[in-house]
Design a protein around this ligand. Sequence first.
Ligand code: GLN
Length: 232
Amino acid sequence: MPPSGSIENDTMQIKIGILEVQGAFQEHKVALMKAQKLLDIETNIQVTEVRHPDHVTDDLDGLIIPGGESTTISLFLKRNGMEEPLRKWMDEDRHVSWGTCAGMILLSKFTENQKQGGQPTLGKLDTVVSRNFFGRQVHSFEAPVTVQEKCLTKTDTDTDSFHGVFIRAPAVVEVCDPSVTVLAKLHRPDKNDDVIVAIQQGNVMATAFHPELTEDVRWHLHFLEMVKNAKK
Ligand code: GLN
């Protein structure tokens, strides 16, 4: 019996966990299944919920931390003894993580504008992330983000623009290590600046917006490719 994740008969087994505390579990799952069809090798993807330390198993190849309220999610992780198992799991190079919105906040080592008392984070990214960077709920908006990296514009029909759905979104206000790659920026014409809204550092990716709420599965495809490469 080959180990889980090996390529047998040209089919790769991939197991993705989605942290299911709040937020878009189902939407991420649907997008992953759509993206799977675009991968260049045959894959068998199993999507599983992660809500308990026992779910954080070594055979999990990837983890998505969806949006929600970062304070609530981190409290849930703390109360259920999940912080340590998740941190340990993430320390393995073959394990790939992706945080969207609140997930970005949890994955950053440093946060600004956090609730009083702070919120413990999983702290993998050498970045400073500012919570509610664009304002409160009323400041949720949709706007095009500009993709900075070729990994997201692979086919002839891909453009460097992606429809960003921002819901009380954070932003990366400082990159603290050269190994952090900026994947996408948002141009704000009123402020005439470019805000960092997607990053990757090694096997960890974070997006301030919600790709799972759009039809464009390029971010899910990129995540699956990171998982695939980490298994090689
Ligand atoms: N503003 C929220 C927080 O601080 C994040 C919002 C979201 O995930 N859509 O956690």
